[in-house]
Write a protein that binds this ligand. Structure first.
Ligand code: COA
Length: 167
């Protein structure tokens, strides 16, 4: 990745991106700290799941491609209730702190406003200070922590903080 200048812009994902989307999710999941996904990724299940984000008119799947065909970042959003969308995103470890998360979020907010949504919502682990700072920068507010609500493969239960942005 060339880090000079502005961060690369997101584009809508296509079905051809599904394998590299899986690679990115699996790599970030393997860090073991930030997202609910944990390796190994069930590729068939993932392909079925992500396909709906790519194909459904009221869903969003954005990717930021790298020059080598891999992905620097991705963001998904799906309807949650009538006028809210639930968002998830991740940026490859090698590409963080270059503005990619911000460009993904900016594009998501524009998508949500164009659809006349009134809210974006997500959940974040309390120890994820980078993500909490990114969301706070965009105006998200934190709700009461949902204690021991996210199961991990080793049997642990992690807390999650719900965050929302009024549009
Ligand atoms: C959270 C994440 C998406 C941020 O993406 P990013 O591309 O690194 O973010 P940006 O470069 O656009 O940073 C935007 C702002 O976020 C905050 N931020 C990002 N990384 C940070 C860090 N390590 N520490 C503190 N603040 C941070 C800062 O406010 C930053 O603005 P600034 O650079 O002007 O100070 C990225 O760290 C990531 O993918 N982490 C692993 C997966 C994950 O946590 N996903 C979200 C699960 S809820």
């Amino acid at each position: 990745m060339n880090v000079a200048g502005d961060p690369p812009l997101p584009r809508a994902a296509s079905l051809a991106d599904v394998p590299v989307l899986g690679d990115l999710l699996e790599a970030v999941g393997a860090e073991g700290l930030w997202i609910a996904t944990e390796p190994p990724l069930d590729r068939r299940r993932f392909a079925f799941h992500i396909r709906s984000f790519i194909e459904r008119e009221n869903h969003l799947c954005l990717v930021v491609p790298d020059e080598d065909g891999s992905l620097l970042g991705e963001l998904t959003a799906r309807p949650e209730g009538r006028r809210c969308a639930a968002v998830g995103l991740c940026v490859a470890l090698r590409a963080r702190r270059n503005g990619i998360g911000s460009t993904l979020f900016q594009a998501c907010i524009e998508w949500a406003r164009a659809r006349n949504l009134s809210q974006l919502a997500l959940k974040v682990f309390p120890h994820n200070t980078a993500a909490r700072a990114l969301y706070a920068k965009f105006g998200f507010v934190e709700g009461a922590p949902e204690l021991r609500s996210i199961p991990r493969r080793n049997g642990d239960l992690w807390d999650a903080i719900p965050m929302s942005l009024a549009l």
